[in-house]
Design a protein around this ligand. Sequence first.
Ligand code: PLP
Length: 433
Amino acid sequence: MQYYSTNNPQEKAGFRTATIKGQAPDKGLYFPLRIPQLPSSFIKELHQLPKEEIAFEVIKPYVDADIPQNVLNNIVTETIAFDFPLVPVNENSYALELFHGPTLAFKDVGARFMSRCLGYFMHGQAKKVTVLVATSGDTGGAVANGFYNVEGVDVIILYPAGKVSNIQELQLTTLGNNITAIAIDGSFDDCQQLVKQAFADNELNSRMFLTSANSINVARWLPQQFYYFFALQQWPHSAQPPVISVPSGNFGNICAGLLAYCSGLPVKQFIAACNVNDVVSDYLQTGIYTPKAAVPTISNAMDVGNPSNWVRVLELFDHQLGSLKEVMRSYCISDVATREIISNVYAQSGYLLDPHGAVGYLALQHYLEDHPDQSGIFLATAHPVKFFDVVEPIIKEKLELPSAVQQLLNKQKEVIRMKKDWERFREYLMDRR
Ligand SMILES: *Cc1c(COP(=O)(O)O)cnc(C)c1O
């Protein structure tokens, strides 16, 4: 598969280069030159295929000969080595639980796939690659875990000191080995700024081979299609395809679902479920795209004012607002409504939503109120325990920690503390070997 830059159709790269570089040299996002079409027999047989085989068939055309089939098969199998259950929450709504991976959020899937691809591409290379990421919480844990012990790859994660949850910090700082965590005295934007400066520094880049692992990398984006197929595989209403509601921030996750749909996956309607950060819902209403400053909410992984993957959504629909609106709508959910729905659903059914899944659930209910003959799926993107500080006061109960988290509590944090000082950070990078 060839990928072109969303800034210039002439700027092309294969899967290998797109994965290693992350972003096109002209700062565009890589986008597949053609959308593979899955045979209808494959879709019909979904329910009887092993999930490894489904994932392999879905990703194969995107990788082509850049990774041999037996290696790709292993990568895919390791990527999805946990459950993706579809759990009924009420008579017409189901949760697709994406939080059974090692860091309890859906980002594990993309991070595990990307890390293994990069590990394969770096194998036997003289120079190690250093993955540099800034995180406000969830991304860092998934990236750290995904890249842990991958040969030929070092990872440096910058996070704002004191501004990530305790669990998130443990996920970043207790692995060691090829994973280094740096706590910056500053905000997430300060961390992001340091990372950007590092990528822009010519001398530094001639010394070390730097790359990013953020969500615009094709190797993080594309494997997110897998679980949309797993959802359909478990869908009990064969007469009608589901409405799928996706809690959205940077729109990478929903864009992967839309891509699966364009490849032949039957879906009735997509819902972009957002918190009060409403740039996309504004666009769908007015046709005018106006980036805004992000507003902080309790579903903080979705606090995005200018979604980085939005250009890919537009590209998929040839920048035709009309055709996009036939497939996707958007609802914005306030923190007040999010808290209320977490409380109500828990009281009524015993199902505990995390703040992100709750936004997805409530957006789905709004749609179903207008379409009572339909039924749907919302993506439960994180385990509620990851956001216990929000959830516990709502349900007035203590949450039990899953064993993966309990084990973290006994581990020693290893972290470098640094001021938000570019010269100091640069010196640190220069001194590493
Ligand atoms: C990252 C994240 C999201 C948003 O996903 P995008 O692909 O950025 O739209 C939603 N929920 C959780 C829990 C996340 O970590």
